[in-house]
Design a protein around this ligand. Structure first.
Ligand SMILES: CC(C)(COP(=O)(O)OP(=O)(O)OC[C@H]1O[C@@H](n2cnc3c(N)ncnc32)[C@H](O)[C@@H]1OP(=O)(O)O)[C@@H](O)C(=O)NCCC(=O)NCCS
Length: 154
């Protein structure tokens, strides 16, 4: 990560860049309407963008319910991958989750998504369950958790 980078709260004016990333990064991308609702409307959701050289190169979001934070999405533009940007976004999410009173972070990930599973495992997530055929009634989801956040060193 030689470039200068910044993580900031996602704003309405980020939606075109976020939409483009969504189309590029996800197998079943959300529509613009769904993204707008999740990022700008639903209370309790917190979305952040990763910016470098004035350009949005990734985003991530979570919501907190009681003492659990759920990572809703995380992605980095293909040409910026492998440089630690997603890890920085996860660190940011964890800090914010703890500040909001969360004790644990959880997420679902496609069982075939090795880069994301490695990212999460390296960050301290552990697979605690499987939802069979969760995606499009075909692919299983791993349910991963990182618990006891207030004592974590990440
Ligand atoms: C998953 C994703 C967010 C990773 O972003 P990234 O910025 O490349 O990840 P980082 O550089 O921060 O990697 C951190 C760690 O994750 C693991 N990792 C990341 N990409 C990996 C890959 N392609 N293969 C294996 N491990 C990988 C490594 O352990 C890495 O640590 P290391 O570099 O010290 O070995 C990115 O590949 C992406 O946007 N994928 C498409 C969207 C997606 O699948 N999101 C998750 C949905 S649940």
């Amino acid at each position: 990560m030689d470039k200068q980078w910044e993580i900031r709260t996602a704003e309405t004016y980020d939606m075109p860049a976020i939409y483009e990333l969504e189309q590029t990064c996800f197998v079943s991308p959300w529509t613009a309407e769904l993204l707008l609702l999740d990022i700008c409307v639903y209370e309790g959701n917190h979305y952040f963008v990763m910016e470098t050289d004035g350009k949005v190169i990734g985003f991530a979001g979570m919501n907190v319910v009681l003492d659990e934070a759920h990572v809703r999405k995380i992605c980095i533009a293909p040409q910026y991958r492998g440089q630690g940007y997603a890890r920085k976004l996860l660190e940011h999410i964890q800090t914010r989750a703890v500040a909001e009173g969360a004790e644990g972070l959880t997420l679902e990930v496609r069982s075939s998504n090795t880069p994301a599973i490695r990212l999460y495992e390296k960050f301290g997530f552990i697979t605690e369950g499987i939802r069979k055929k969760y995606y499009d009634n075909k692919e299983d989801a791993l349910i991963m958790w990182k618990r006891e956040l207030s004592g974590a060193q990440e």
